[in-house]
Design a protein around this ligand. Structure first.
Ligand SMILES: *[C@@H]1O[C@H](CO)[C@@H](O)[C@H](O)[C@H]1NC(C)=O
Ligand SMILES: *[C@@H]1O[C@H](CO)[C@@H](O)[C@H](O)[C@H]1NC(C)=O
Ligand SMILES: *[C@@H]1O[C@H](CO)[C@@H](O)[C@H](O)[C@H]1NC(C)=O
Ligand SMILES: *[C@@H]1O[C@H](CO)[C@@H](O)[C@H](O)[C@H]1NC(C)=O
Ligand SMILES: *[C@@H]1O[C@H](CO)[C@@H](O)[C@H](O)[C@H]1NC(C)=O
Length: 475
């Protein structure tokens, strides 16, 4: 090792000496001919190592919404009852992209709404498949959507985001997450299914397309260049997402998982999961059509729009779980910002509270557990374990404008006695929790936020968010 080091060091020294001598030589030769204002700078420029290739200026600007193209796979049949999902997040004239239909829209769907993504009809691929028949026509058509989007939207484009017509995207967070990646490199972002068996059936290595498939420009370009070959090679595959992953693997690129992307391969009541979201920015949701509405007493579209009120106020905190304790009563407060809040009549550590309560069921169930790709807590009838559940009521800015106030109202009576082992302090009378958070995006989330209980009276509790202290322990 040592001799290797000294050899390297020695040759490096010779190298720099030579370079310096060369620089000096050039300097002496060239300076008389050049009218340089600052010859010493000139010398340094030539003699110092050029450690990093400089990226040419346009790429130096921060990624914004205009650099992202969205491709949403839909159909004429599903459009009427799904357009509300796309319209909940689409920003007309700001978001770029299209919804891809299987055939031209019927007259009753026209004129096409301004509030929705413009539509395109997918290409007829029968020429590609003249010789090799695909197993399912639909699958290659969905993969081919990447080419159809790239063909139209590659100017000043850095990222392609593919989804379905029932995908819900949180575009501010998508921009902030993608801005941290180098779009000039090959990236394939996504996340797996929540159901173990779905990943087993398809792949633990693939992005599930309803949750969203994110491709950087160079990767999209490479995939598009080989599109016909890819579709023919894997014509027998049963899944569009699997074909996409397989062809990306052929390019030499693998999945970069991101826990903010949600396929939502779950059924039933999603509130347990949403109340304990992983500590990453929320990027997407899928399958809202297949779940119960996420808020009590609202239908699916009302629920989606209600969540978007919080998303419009502050996407960076949306669903981020913040935990604090009221020592006088031995209560734990857990807030999933913009969605729900819980009171437990017991002190629980964060590692416990961040496990979702299993309010939902798996999309597809294997013969035996584990069913989910994450740990869960069972629903409990024990008064020391079962929380009081509150859901988002309203979002507004404080009068001074420096805080956002979200309030959460009780979903239902808990119907249990107080937890006696922690002092018998019932939270039954609390009907509302009000949460104050800074009116400023929180982009650095290497650590969660902390909170203080400002007051608890007979009917309500008030909680204030703040950064955790350096040595603060949440337990
Ligand atoms: C996005 O960045 C580009 C530079 O690449 C700039 O021209 C454009 O104005 C920006 N758009 C927004 C909405 O900030
Ligand atoms: C989008 O832009 C077009 C023309 O550029 C304009 O006619 C239309 O009203 C705009 N739509 C919205 C919702 O701003
Ligand atoms: C696709 O093109 C083929 C001929 O290339 C034609 O026979 C077929 O009807 C077309 N399909 C549709 C849906 O237009
Ligand atoms: C909190 O619970 C502990 C037991 O876990 C108990 O010893 C203590 O007295 C309780 N505190 C209050 C204020 O009830
Ligand atoms: C707990 O409180 C209830 C009423 O609030 C009371 O009936 C019960 O006896 C108390 N239990 C204990 C163990 O103190």
């Amino acid at each position: 090792m040592a001799s290797q080091f000294s050899k390297d060091f020695f040759s490096a020294t010779i190298f720099w000496k030579t370079l310096l001598a060369l620089g000096l030589f050039l300097y002496l030769i060239l300076v008389p001919f050049l009218n340089t204002q600052n010859p010493s700078l000139f010398l340094i420029k030539w003699a110092s190592p050029s450690s990093q290739p400089s990226i040419i200026s346009p790429s130096n600007t921060r990624t914004n919404l205009s650099h992202i193209s969205f491709g949403l796979m839909g159909s004429v049949k599903t459009w009427p009852h799904r357009r509300g999902y796309l319209e909940s997040w689409w920003r007309p004239n700001k978001t770029r992209g299209y919804v891809y239909l299987d055939r031209p829209p019927t007259p009753d769907l026209l004129p096409w709404p301004q509030t929705a993504p413009p539509y395109r009809v997918v290409d007829n691929l029968s020429e590609i498949f003249r010789q090799t028949k695909p197993r399912f026509e639909l699958m290659p058509r969905m993969v081919h959507g990447i080419l159809e989007l790239f063909r139209e939207e590659h100017e000043d484009m850095r990222w392609i985001v593919m989804g379905d017509d029932d995908s819900i995207f949180f575009v501010d967070n998508i921009v902030d997450v993608l801005a941290e990646y180098d779009h000039t490199k090959y990236y394939y972002l996504g996340w797996h299914s929540e159901s173990v068996i779905s990943n087993y059936w398809f792949s633990f290595n693939q992005a599930f397309g309803g949750g969203g498939i994110v491709l950087s420009y160079p990767l999209a370009k490479a995939l598009v260049r080989d599109m016909d070959g890819c579709l023919i090679r894997y014509a027998q595959s049963s899944s569009a997402d699997l074909i996409t992953m397989t062809c990306i693997a052929d390019i030499g690129v693998n999945l970069t998982p991101h826990k903010g992307i949600h396929q939502v391969d779950l059924h039933g009541d999603f509130s347990g999961y949403l109340s304990a979201h992983p500590k990453v920015p929320l990027m997407t949701f899928h399958h809202f059509d297949a779940m119960d509405p996420i808020f009590p007493n609202m239908d699916r579209f009302e629920s989606t729009r209600h969540l978007m009120k919080a998303a419009d106020a502050d996407q960076s905190r949306l669903l981020q779980q913040t935990i604090c304790y009221h020592r006088q009563t031995n209560w734990s407060f857990s807030v999933a910002w913009g969605y729900s809040a819980q009171i437990y009549e017991n002190i629980f550590p964060r590692s416990y509270l961040q496990m979702p309560i299993e309010t939902f069921g798996p999309w597809a169930k294997g013969p035996k557990p584990p069913f989910y790709m994450f740990n869960t807590r069972p629903r409990s009838g024990n008064p020391c374990e079962a929380p009081h559940f509150f859901f988002l009521e309203s979002v507004y800015k404080s009068v001074k404008g420096d805080e956002i106030v979200t309030s959460y109202i009780r979903a239902r009576p808990r119907g249990l006695p107080a937890c006696s082992s922690s002092g018998n302090h019932s939270a039954d009378s609390i009907s509302r929790i009000r949460v104050f958070s800074p009116a400023k995006k929180r982009l650095q989330i290497d650590r969660c936020e902390c909170c203080d209980i400002l007051r608890v009276d007979n009917v309500k509790a008030e909680v204030k968010f703040r950064e955790c202290k350096i040595d603060e322990i949440i337990a």
